[in-house]
Design a protein around this ligand. Structure first.
Ligand SMILES: Cc1ncc(COP(=O)(O)O)c(C=O)c1O
Length: 402
């Protein structure tokens, strides 16, 4: 069974012992919560709130003036959803080498620059700062744009600066770190760029989809009891609405927004961040989220220290880092995440997110990462008991496969 099979199976997701994503609660939607000032780099810059980070990239590409015939250098270790916006704009993608530690190979980037190269995209994998200062210098030296992909970053510091302020443009994906279905952001740092972006007014149907997702999630994330009894009613209402729209010749899937899909949906590119997501972004206590994620990361780090053959990608948590997940390699095991999932641990990999244009055999280190790097959640809703459950089951499964 592949990760995608598992992800598309609701049974598999709801059967987890440990929640894969942060929980949505009524408290987080409280309309009386006052908006907070947004941290850097979101505060004083030219910025746009979009539905997905991939859509932010799509618009960023145009703002940078990249066009058909140009090429961009993109890491060989990536999520396909960030590659597609370039293809959609007719920009060729050339892949550069990433080592087993997730570090970009600057020599390979230099070697791949040609007369049509206009930009380099760099990813701060899993919330940890990459060598973005060197990449900035490289881009400035070669008169290229730097696209800083902060999709795994809530906010963070590193390399002596604020992540998201190094690139000519940067993109964020709030939805990966908060309990929301949508939420991407584009930050334009280069003051020579003149960003103009006209977004659509979301339709009534679209707003309905968004609110349906919010209600579904509230029910799903409720700790049991009352709200679960509502889920039958919600399912019935959702089915009735789907039948209604189908009868009117609209697609049957109109009321579903997948949180895990990789595809690029041209019909959503001009859709702004939804109302509930925008509110959450403005009201969430970012510092509290960072503190919890850091604590959970450290707990896992300490917990796996005694387990032979468990090798964390990062053995330290630098100041200013807000981790998205806990990446590690289970040495000598293959498809080990499936064993964890079978035991109720929402372990994931990037095995199924490779863009079809990547000749992965030409990048053995990236191939290794796709095949071997396993992610455990460290999100803000985890309890101490859930963290210990993950560590215990990891230990047991490592022992069982030694
Ligand atoms: C590094 C990176 N950039 C961009 C994206 C796209 O983010 P979104 O799903 O919000 O479009 C992803 C998605 O996983 C990603 O991992």
């Amino acid at each position: 069974m592949t990760t995608t099979d598992l992800e598309s199976s609701t049974e598999a997701i709801t059967a987890f012992l440990v929640p894969r994503d942060p929980r949505l609660t009524f408290g987080l939607l409280n309309p009386l919560t006052r908006p907070r000032p947004l941290p850097r780099p979101f505060d004083a810059k030219s910025t746009f709130y979009l539905f997905w980070a991939r859509n932010a990239l799509y618009h960023g590409i145009q703002i940078l003036g990249l066009a058909a015939g140009d090429n961009v250098l993109v890491p060989a270790f990536h999520c396909a959803s960030l590659v597609e916006p370039f293809i959609q704009r007719g920009v060729s993608v050339r892949f550069y080498r990433i080592d087993r530690g997730g570090n970009p190979d600057l020599a390979d980037i230099r070697a791949k620059i040609d007369g049509r190269t206009r930009a380099v995209l760099a990813i701060h994998y899993f919330g940890f700062a990459g060598p973005v200062r060197d990449l900035r210098d490289l881009c400035t030296h070669h008169a290229l744009f730097l696209i800083e992909d902060c999709a795994h970053v809530l906010t963070g510091r590193g390399e002596g600066g604020v992540l998201g302020e190094f690139g000519d443009i940067s993109v964020f994906s709030w939805r990966k770190l908060l309990p929301i279905y949508d939420g991407g952001q584009l930050v334009v740092n280069n003051s020579a760029l003149r960003p103009v972006l006209t977004l659509d007014q979301p339709s009534v149907l679209f707003r309905l989809r968004v609110w349906k997702n919010v209600v579904d999630r509230l029910i799903e994330d409720a700790p049991g009891g009352g709200l679960h009894r509502l889920s039958g009613l919600a399912r019935w209402l959702s089915g009735a609405a789907r039948r209604l729209f189908t009868r009117r010749g609209r697609p049957a899937a109109a009321l579903a927004i997948s949180n895990y899909g990789l595809h690029f949906d041209p019909s959503s590119v001009n859709v702004p961040m939804s109302g509930p997501s925008f509110r959450m972004v403005r009201t969430v206590d970012v510092d509290a989220v960072i503190t919890l994620r850091r604590e959970h990361f450290r707990t896992l780090l300490a917990g796996v220290a005694e387990i032979p053959d468990v090798m964390p990608l990062h053995r330290e948590l630098p100041e200013g880092t807000c981790p998205w997940i806990f990446p590690f390699v289970a040495r000598g095991r293959s498809a080990f995440h499936l064993r964890l999932r079978a035991r109720g641990i929402p372990a994931t990999t990037w095995g199924d997110v490779i863009h079809e244009d990547l000749a992965v055999d030409e990048f053995p280190e990236a191939k290794f990462l796709y095949e071997s790097l396993i992610f455990l959640p460290v999100h803000q809703s985890l309890t101490a008991a859930e963290l210990q459950t993950m560590i215990r089951i990891l230990r047991e499964e490592m022992r069982a496969t030694s």
